[in-house]
Design a protein around this ligand. Structure first.
Ligand code: TRP
Length: 426
């Protein structure tokens, strides 16, 4: 018998997958690099015309075919099962380095209680590897315990906690001197950048990453559904994810501006810049702990969903039990993640002048993720009967999604993804 989520558990687990490093760490610095408020307009547009259709498609495929990404695609057409395997590959590839960063956030949240942390000193110890391994063990344990008793129960506790931590930090940030400067930068749209196509593509790529679309995660989660209102659940997931991303901006920008730092400092913002700032703040240690705990919770619930993609595939395709399946995924991720875990250490693992972790993020996060979303969407939409898909989406929903969604998914969205892939390559 296949396990089933409860209604709320499904929504919380999906929100948990969506909210992660992408919201709290990536979103604010991308807004910073793209001139503030105009990017918000592009992002809101992207989640509506791009994120929502993809999300209801993935959930519906999962619910209808009740199988892992490989199994579901195989049931649509035997030929596209290879796309399913590719999706598992990309998903686990992302997990391998995502989990290294998750380990950093765990270390930072523990160390922040006691001391000042310096990124270079930290990465030259053995802690990054130890923490990578510990987080890997934590998610393995949760996934192995199962959908309802494991993932659902953990998300039931962690997601409300995450919301509370966000509110705490927003209040702290907004009461800092000069907070208003940060808000002004954040919310004032630089209208001229709206005519810049690369900003729009960036917004779409960010929506793809932040909503965990395109690698079969939502197909996997959907496969454990019994009966749910797919459009409504998707809207709740999208709104929650976007709310946290927007609130993260209300944390980062007031902090950054109140200490006179350039908001476009890029990826090192969270691990290098912010700890320096926290050390000047009243109760800095406390708020720094809260901040990294928030990152850790967000990242952990996302990592769980990535691991579930590999696990469900082994269960459905190879008839393994959950215990064996998680053990195999653990082994794969440990080996695949080790070079990333070592890459900022004394070993300084570099490839083409980039650290291994940055190379993985570029290869998997920037290139293979949109490629995977492109082939998965095209593959599914090519072979599925539009009526079948629409029926599944609308089965339990009062408000019916119109047939217009089919050409959007079949032509418009793949075209956008293709442009993103080409842009990344040149
Ligand atoms: N959505 C998560 C975040 O914002 C990251 C994530 C989870 C993800 N699963 C994914 C990104 C699958 C791409 C593909 O951090």
């Amino acid at each position: 018998m296949r396990e089933h989520w409860s209604k709320l558990g499904f929504i919380l687990a999906s929100i948990g997958s969506a909210i992660g490093l992408g919201n709290i760490w990536r979103f604010p610095y991308i807004v910073g690099e793209n001139g503030g408020g105009a990017f918000l307009i592009a992002y809101f547009t992207a989640i509506i015309i791009f994120g929502f259709p993809l999300m209801i498609m993935e959930f519906a495929i999962g619910e209808k075919f009740k199988g892992s990404v490989v199994t579901s695609l195989k049931k649509i057409h035997p030929k596209i099962k290879y796309i399913g395997y590719f999706a598992v590959f990309v998903c686990l590839g992302i997990l391998s380095y995502y989990l290294v960063i998750t380990g950093w956030t765990l270390a930072y949240s523990v160390f922040s209680i006691f001391t000042q942390i310096d990124f270079t000193v930290f990465t030259n110890t053995l802690y990054p590897i130890a923490m990578f391994f510990i987080t890997l063990l934590i998610i393995t344990f949760i996934v192995r315990t199962g959908i309802k008793k494991g993932i659902e129960r953990v998300c039931d506790v962690l997601l409300p906690t995450l919301f509370i931590l966000v509110i705490l930090l927003v209040v702290k940030a907004l009461t800092l001197p000069n907070a208003i400067e940060g808000i002004r930068f954040y919310l004032t749209p630089n209208i001229s950048s709206l005519s810049n196509p690369s900003m729009w593509l960036m917004a779409i790529a960010q929506a793809l990453f932040s909503l965990s679309l395109g690698t079969g995660i939502l197909i996997t989660y959907g496969s454990y559904l019994k009966k749910t209102n797919i459009p409504k659940s998707s809207i709740i997931v999208i709104i929650s994810d976007t709310l946290i991303a927007v609130l993260a901006g209300f944390i980062i920008f007031p902090i950054v501006f109140s200490f006179g730092i350039n908001p476009a400092t890029g990826p090192q913002l969270a691990f290098i810049t912010l700890p320096k700032i926290f050390s000047f703040m009243a109760f800095g240690n406390f708020f720094q702990t809260i901040f990294f705990l928030l990152l850790f919770i967000g990242a952990l619930t996302s990592a769980i969903s990535m691991m579930e993609v590999g696990t469900t595939t082994l269960i459905d395709e190879f008839r393994l039990n959950r215990k064996k399946a998680t053990l195999i995924v653990l082994g794969i991720i440990f080996i695949a993640g080790l070079p990333s875990a070592l890459s900022y250490s004394g070993f300084s693992f570099t490839v083409f002048g980039k650290t291994f972790l940055d190379m993985m993020d570029h290869l998997f996060g920037d290139i293979l993720l949109p490629v995977c979303a492109l082939v998965i969407t095209t593959g599914i939409m090519w072979f599925i009967k539009p009526k079948e898909l629409l029926n599944e989406i609308n089965k339990n929903s009062k408000i019916k999604i119109p047939g217009f969604i089919v050409p959007v998914l079949k032509y418009f969205i793949p075209a956008l993804l293709l442009i993103i892939v080409l842009m990344e390559l040149v």
